[in-house]
Design a protein around this ligand. Structure first.
Ligand code: TPP
Ligand code: DXP
Ligand code: MG
Length: 638
C-alpha cells in the first residue's frame, strides 16, 4: 500500500504547506491506511473514516500541541495519531505494548487529554480554557464531540457552565446521526431537523441575504438580529438551543468538504466566546461495507478488506448473547421484566429483546446515571427493570445505584457486561472495579457465573429476588458448555463445591473457576489435594462453605478477574477475620494499577489469571508449614 503524501507528514505543521488538492489526496491515503491497518488489528474503523477531512482541517487551522484538541470518547483519534508523528507505530494499534486506540498524554504531546468514556471533552477543554485565562496565556481549546456523546449528561453540564462563563472555547459537534447504533433522543431529532429541513437553512440564508442588501443599516440589523433572541429567530435560526445556552452556532456544514470545514473553523478561531461548530459527516465514509453497516464497523475485529467479513468468528456463543436470549425467554412469561440500555443495544445483546418487546425496551442514550434512576422509578411501580451496562460504564452511575436503588431496596437487576479484562480497548475500558464499587452497598446481591448456564440461572435467581441484584459476566465467548433448556434458580448466597481436597482451598469466582479446576488437576498430579469452590456470590458470601474449607485446609487461594483492592479476595479475607479464622491466604487477581491493553490471553497470562500460575502458587503454598486454622481471639471478644 503506497501512501507517498502521508509518509511526508511528520507533524501537523507539514499539512500547512499542502494545497487543497493535496489535502484531498491525503484524505484518500489516510482512508487506505486506516482500512489496511484496522483490518488486521481491529478497532474503531467507521468513526475514523468519518472524521478524515475534519481532522485534516482541524490540524490545518489550529496549532497543536499549543492549541489543545480533545477528542470525546477518543475512538475517532486514529487520523489525528497518523498526522501527529505516529505513523511508524500505527501497525501496533491496540496491541500489547503498542499504540493506544484512544488519546493518551503519555503517548504524545499532541494528545492533550485522555479519553475513552464519553461526554467528557467539553468539561476538559473548559478546564483548560480557565487555566489559560488564569495564567493569562493565549491558545485555543477545541472539543470534538459526536452527536452520540452529546447525549451524555456531562456534556450538558459543561455546556451550561461554558455558556455562563463566556470564555473562548470551541466545540466541534461531529454529527453523523449515529451513536454506536442509531442515535436516539429528542436532541438527536433536533439535530436531524437542522440537517434535513430545508426551511432552517433556506430561511437563514434568505434572511441573511435580505438584510445584507439593505444599504448601511443592513449589516447592523443583521448583527443585531443574530444576537436578539426573539420568536422569529426561534423559527428560522438553526442551532437556537446552543445560541440560547450562550454559544455562537456555526453550521451545519459538510464535514467532508475540507475547504468548507477549514473556512468555518477559521471563523470560529476569530470569534470570541463559546462557539459550537456543527459538522455533518458520514460514519464509515469511503469504505462501502462500513458506510452500509456503520454499527458493525463502529468497533470491529480483524476483517477481510474485500468482503468486510470477519477473519475469524468464534463458534462459541458469547455471554452477551446468552444474557439476551435468556432475558427474552424470561420476559415472555413475566411482563414486569423491562430492559434498559445506555446507547448499547447491540453490545449488551438486547437487539432481539427490542424487537420482541418494543414497549418494554428503553435506549436512553449515553446516559448511565439516568438509566439507573429511571430503572429505580420503574421499580417503585412494580416493574423489574434489567439495566444492561458494561462494567466500566456503570462506574458512572455509582451514586444512583447506591442512593436511588439500593437505599430503597428496589428490585433492579444490573446486567454488568464486559466485567473483567476486555482486551484491546485497554485501561479506560477494563471492567475490573465492579465488585469493589458494588459490594459495600447495603442490600445488594452480587453474583458472577462460572459459565453460560450459570448466567442463565443467575438471571432467573435475580428475577425472583425482591432486591437490587448485580450479575457480572465477561466480554466474549463463553466456556462452550452445553446450554441447558431449563432455567433454574440458585439458592442465594450458596457456593458450589466442585472438588474436595484437604491441602488447599481454592475459592474462585466467574469463569476462572475452570482454570481453578484445571490447576487442581495438575496439583493432584503433584500429590496436592485442592478443594475447588465456585463461590458464585460475592455478596452474600457463603460463610459456611468458606469457613468449612478454610478450617479443613488452613491454606486458601482466592481467584478473580478483578482488581485485588476491594475485590473478591478482600471479601474472603474480611470474612475470615470476622469469623476469627487464621489461615495462609494468597489472592490472585489484578494489581493496584491501571491495566494496559492487549489480547486477553496475553493479559491473563501476564497477570497470572491462568492455570500455570495457580499451580505455581499452589506448589509454593503446599511447601509452607500448615497454620493451625484455629479460631483467633477476636479483640472485640476479649
Ligand atoms: C460513558 C460511556 N458510555 C458508553 C460508551 C460506549 N460508546 C463508545 S462510542 C459510543 C457512541 C458515540 O457516538 P458518537 O459520539 O456520535 O461518535 P461516533 O462513533 O458516531 O463518531 C458509545 C455509546 C462510552 N465510551 N462511554
Ligand atoms: C469506544 C467504546 O467505548 C466502545 O466502542 C467500546 O470499544 C465497545 O466495546 P465492545 O467492542 O466490547 O463492545
Ligand atoms: Mg455519531
Amino acid at each position: 500500500m503506497e501512501t507517498p503524501l502521508l509518509n511526508q507528514i511528520k507533524t501537523p505543521e507539514d499539512l500547512k504547506r499542502l494545497s487543497l488538492d493535496d489535502l484531498n489526496i491525503l484524505a484518500r491515503e489516510l482512508r487506505q491506511k486506516l482500512i489496511h491497518v484496522v483490518s488486521r488489528t481491529g478497532g474503531h474503523l467507521a468513526p475514523n473514516l468519518g472524521v478524515v477531512e475534519l481532522t485534516l482541517a482541524l490540524h490545518y487551522v489550529f496549532d497543536a500541541p499549543r492549541d489543545k484538541i480533545v477528542w470525546d470518547v477518543g475512538h475517532q483519534s486514529y487520523v489525528h495519531k497518523l498526522l501527529s508523528g505516529r505513523q511508524q507505530e500505527f501497525d501496533t494499534l491496540r496491541q500489547y505494548g503498542g499504540l493506544s486506540g484512544f488519546p493518551k498524554r503519555s503517548e504524545s504531546e499532541y494528545d492533550s487529554f485522555n479519553t475513552g468514556h464519553s461526554s467528557t471533552s467539553i468539561s476538559a477543554v473548559l478546564g483548560m480554557a480557565l487555566a489559560r485565562d488564569l495564567k493569562k496565556e493565549n491558545f485555543h481549546v477545541i472539543a470534538v464531540i459526536g452527536d452520540g456523546a452529546l447525549t451524555g449528561g456531562m456534556a450538558f453540564e459543561a455546556l451550561n457552565h461554558a455558556g455562563h462563563l463566556g470564555t473562548n472555547i470551541i466545540v466541534v459537534l461531529n454529527d453523523n446521526e449515529m451513536s454506536i447504533s442509531e442515535n436516539v433522543g429528542a436532541l438527536s431529532g433536533y439535530l436531524s431537523r437542522m440537517r434535513t429541513d430545508p426551511m432552517y437553512n433556506r430561511h437563514k440564508e434568505e434572511m441573511e441575504n435580505l438584510l445584507k442588501k439593505i444599504p448601511s443599516i443592513g449589516p447592523t440589523v443583521f448583527k443585531a438580529i443574530e444576537r436578539i433572541k426573539d420568536s422569529f429567530k426561534y423559527l428560522v435560526v438553526p442551532g437556537m438551543i446552543f445560541e440560547e445556552l450562550g454559544f455562537t452556532y456555526l453550521g451545519p456544514i459538510d464535514g467532508h468538504n475540507i475547504m468548507e470545514v477549514k473556512t468555518v473553523l477559521e471563523r470560529a478561531k476569530r470569534t470570541k466566546g463559546p462557539i459550537m461548530v456543527h459538522v455533518v459527516t458520514r460514519k464509515g465514509k469511503g469504505y462501502e461495507p462500513a458506510e452500509k453497516n456503520p454499527d458493525r464497523f463502529h468497533g470491529i475485529g480483524p476483517f477481510n478488506i474485500n468482503t468486510g467479513e470477519p477473519v475469524s468468528a468464534s463458534s462459541v456463543v458469547s455471554y452477551t448473547e446468552i444474557f439476551g436470549k435468556t432475558l427474552c425467554q424470561l420476559a415472555a412469561d413475566d411482563e414486569r421484566l423491562l430492559a434498559i440500555t445506555a446507547a448499547m443495544p447491540t453490545g449488551t445483546g438486547l437487539t432481539r429483546f427490542a424487537e420482541l418487546f418494543p414497549d418494554r425496551f428503553f435506549d436512553v442514550g449515553i446516559a448511565e446515571q439516568h438509566a439507573v434512576t429511571l430503572a429505580a422509578g420503574l421499580a417503585t411501580e412494580g416493574f423489574r427493570p434489567v439495566v444492561a451496562i458494561y462494567s466500566t460504564f456503570l462506574q458512572r452511575a455509582y451514586d444512583q445505584i447506591l442512593h436511588d436503588v439500593a437505599m430503597q431496596d428496589l428490585p433492579v437487576i444490573f446486567a454488568v457486561d464486559r466485567a473483567g479484562l476486555v482486551g484491546e480497548d485497554g485501561e479506560t475500558h477494563q471492567g475490573i472495579y465492579d465488585f469493589a464499587y458494588l459490594r459495600h452497598i447495603p442490600n445488594m446481591v452480587i453474583m458472577a457465573p462460572k459459565d453460560e448456564n450459570e448466567l442463565r440461572f443467575m438471571l432467573k435467581t435475580a428475577q425472583l429476588l425482591d432486591k437490587p441484584v448485580a450479575i457480572r459476566y465477561p466480554r466474549g465467548s463463553g466456556i462452550g458448555v452445553q446450554i441447558s433448556e431449563e432455567i433454574k434458580d440458585i439458592p442465594v448466597g450458596k457456593a458450589e463445591v466442585l472438588r474436595d481436597g484437604k491441602d488447599i482451598a481454592l475459592f474462585a469466582i466467574g469463569p476462572l473457576v475452570y482454570e481453578a479446576l484445571a490447576a487442581a488437576e495438575s496439583l493432584h498430579e503433584h500429590g496436592i489435594e485442592v478443594a475447588v469452590v465456585n463461590c458464585r456470590f460475592i455478596k452474600p458470601l457463603d460463610v459456611e462453605t468458606i469457613t468449612e474449607y478454610t478450617r479443613k485446609t488452613g491454606k486458601v487461594i482466592t481467584l478473580e478477574e478483578h482488581a485485588l483492592e476491594g475485590g473478591f479476595g478482600s471479601a474472603v479475607l474480611e470474612l475470615l477475620q470476622e469469623q476469627g479464622l487464621r489461615a495462609h491466604v494468597e489472592r490472585i487477581g489484578l494489581p493496584d494499577r491501571f491495566i494496559e491493553q492487549g489480547a486477553l490471553r496475553v493479559l491473563r497470562e501476564k497477570f497470572g489469571l491462568c492455570r500455570d500460575n495457580i499451580v505455581k502458587v499452589g506448589l509454593k503454598m503446599a511447601a509452607t508449614k500448615k497454620l493451625v486454622p484455629a479460631k483467633m481471639k477476636l479483640l472485640s471478644k476479649l
